[in-house]
Design a binder for this molecule. Structure first.
Ligand SMILES: CC(C)(COP(=O)(O)OP(=O)(O)OC[C@H]1O[C@@H](n2cnc3c(N)ncnc32)[C@H](O)[C@@H]1OP(=O)(O)O)[C@@H](O)C(=O)NCCC(=O)NCCS
Length: 175
């Protein structure tokens, strides 16, 4: 298994992967398409896991992180949101998701993004360093979710202490 930045040639396979990983729904595949077309898209943060070589290359995993903001009065803090992540059902439970997310977080640090936020499964993301966001003064009003599914990862030490306010997902997430 190799991990690399997604290319335009991967788009079809990434679409199909998200459909099959999310139980034959197209919602996440369409979300990926909307994010790619939006201002918040960061090409280096659309990452695929690949099996095979050359003609038989297959995308078995994908993670997408993009720009969002935390609003604190007149201040807008740039942050990153992680969504969606998908691993092909045949390849799940073998560390592919973990490897993709770890690489994504490493790239965020390189790009100087200090905080990554998400709405996700509380049994999964804490293993990767995410923790409940609301106790740190981060709010979420666009989606009504329990405290333990709204999570943050402090990529650069000290950022959690300086960024407070409401996470706003861009329009691509609200359709
Ligand atoms: C969620 C998903 C991306 C995880 O990818 P994966 O490659 O199967 O996960 P990994 O093998 O990297 O698992 C990493 C750890 O999380 C655990 N884990 C995996 N899926 C889990 C789940 N649904 N709930 C709780 N823990 C989970 C694994 O046991 C492993 O634990 P360990 O490090 O202690 O061994 C993948 O299962 C998937 O595509 N699911 C369907 C789509 C989906 O739900 N996406 C996420 C929306 S929040």
């Amino acid at each position: 298994m190799r991990i690399r930045t997604e290319t335009v040639e991967d788009y079809r396979q990434v679409y199909d992967l998200n459909v099959v990983a999310f139980g034959n729904r197209e919602d996440e595949s369409r979300l990926v398409e909307r994010i790619r077309k939006s201002e918040g898209f960061i090409p280096e943060l659309s990452i695929v896991a690949i099996q095979g070589e050359g003609e038989s290359e297959a995308v078995i995993g994908h993670v997408l992180l993009s720009k969002a903001s935390v609003i604190d009065g007149d201040t807008e803090h740039p942050v990153i949101v992680l969504a969606p992540v998908a691993v092909h059902p045949h390849a799940q439970g073998q560390g592919v998701g973990k490897a993709l997310i770890k690489e994504a977080l490493r790239r965020c640090r390189e790009l100087d993004y200090g905080l990554v936020l998400l709405i996700g499964h509380p049994g999964y993301y804490p293993k990767l360093g995410f923790k409940s966001a609301r106790p740190y003064g981060l709010e979420l009003k666009q989606f009504e979710v329990p405290n333990d599914v709204f999570m943050v990862h402090e990529i650069i030490e000290g950022r959690l202490a300086t960024v407070k306010g409401e996470l706003r997902y861009p329009a691509a997430f609200l359709e």
